[in-house]
Write a protein that binds this ligand. Structure first.
Ligand SMILES: NC(=O)c1ccc[n+]([C@@H]2O[C@H](COP(=O)([O-])OP(=O)(O)OC[C@H]3O[C@@H](n4cnc5c(N)ncnc54)[C@H](OP(=O)(O)O)[C@@H]3O)[C@@H](O)[C@H]2O)c1
Length: 292
């Protein structure tokens, strides 16, 4: 039986990964701070579809807790799929972002992701197989765009940009092995991500987390290192979640762009990003520059 370790499995995209991977027959190691949520998830998945689920309640921003998860990831010979998904936004002007939050963003997104990947790669190399998904964000590509109506996101965007570069470099280094690495870069997704930051609910036009997971797994099949699932323009313009188009249809000319996943995102982002009509034209200009 294959084993997947999913961080941030108590909610949103991480929970959707755990549910989908359980249906696909993976045993699971699920990680997050809220033990109660993990227990509820585990008891559901143990009875239907009937897989083994191990719980690690841990704050990945805390070095001692991260070390526990790291040991579990590296010691057993069994982690076939690592989903580095835990994360949070802390959108705020840089000058007001508390220094402790700065550090937590870097610890959870950068340090934990990198160390957990470092823990599993030697075993994967030995076994000649394995997959690592690092959940980044479309905001990884937004660094030059000023805030408002986009969120204030200096450290968040920078950590997600790190995840893209880290995933690309690791994929390149492991290119001759059978290990797959992916940076998953969704637009807005209907999870608790914005709610924990004070939003009344998911943002309109958000993707369904299960569709994001389906896109990630399809991207892995296609060998995509940067996977940027976004909602289709038509669905977004209806403002609804009734038809998400998270799967893959490259725009004309996409193969000439340096990042296939990103090119799709550029083709669709104006419809995909509910809080930023301004991003679309700017990325489209960038897209045209790349095409020439
Ligand atoms: N939702 C979006 O629009 C969106 C878009 C692009 C990228 N993303 C990325 O997707 C990932 C998942 O977010 P989501 O949208 O599913 O949000 P979510 O519903 O708020 O889930 C976040 C998960 O991360 C866990 N987590 C947060 N801080 C943690 C810590 N210090 N230690 C351990 N676990 C921690 C949370 O669990 P506990 O609270 O129980 O610890 C929760 O399970 C994040 O990396 C986020 O940056 C989200």
């Amino acid at each position: 039986m294959s084993v997947a370790l999913v961080t941030g499995a108590s909610s949103g995209i991480g929970r959707a990964f755990a549910e989908r991977l359980a249906r696909d027959g993976y045993d699971l190691v699920v990680v997050a701070r809220r033990r109660g949520r993990l227990e509820e998830l585990a008891s559901r998945l143990r009875s239907d579809p009937g897989v083994a689920v191990e719980i690690i309640a841990a704050d990945l921003g805390d070095p001692a807790s991260l070390a526990r998860v790291e040991r579990r990831a590296g010691e057993g010979p069994d982690i076939d799929l690592l989903v580095n998904n835990a994360g949070f936004g802390a959108y705020m002007p840089f000058a007001r972002l508390p220094p402790e939050r700065v550090e937590q963003l870097i610890r959870v997104h950068v340090v934990a992701t990198t160390r957990l990947a470092r823990a599993v790669v030697p075993g994967m190399l030995e076994r000649g197989r394995g997959t690592i998904v690092n959940v980044a964000s479309m905001l990884a590509f937004s660094a030059t765009i000023p805030p408002d109506p986009m969120p204030h996101r200096v450290v968040y965007a920078a950590t997600k940009a790190y995840l893209v570069a880290f995933s690309q470099a690791l994929a390149a280094e492991l290119g001759s092995s059978a290990i797959k690495v992916q940076a998953l870069c969704p637009g807005t997704v209907a999870t608790e991500f914005h709610v924990v930051q004070g939003a009344p609910g998911p943002l309109p036009g958000s993707m369904d987390p299960a569709d994001v997971v389906a896109a990630s797994l399809a991207g892995l099949e296609l060998g995509e290192v940067v996977c940027a699932p976004t909602i289709g323009r038509r669905a977004a313009s209806r403002g609804g979640r009734e038809r998400t188009d998270a799967l893959h249809r490259p725009p004309i000319g996409a193969s000439r762009l340096p990042l296939p996943g990103l090119s799709r995102a550029i083709a669709r982002i104006s419809g995909a990003c509910p809080f930023l009509p301004a991003v679309g034209p700017r990325l489209a200009r960038l897209d045209r520059r790349w095409r020439t």
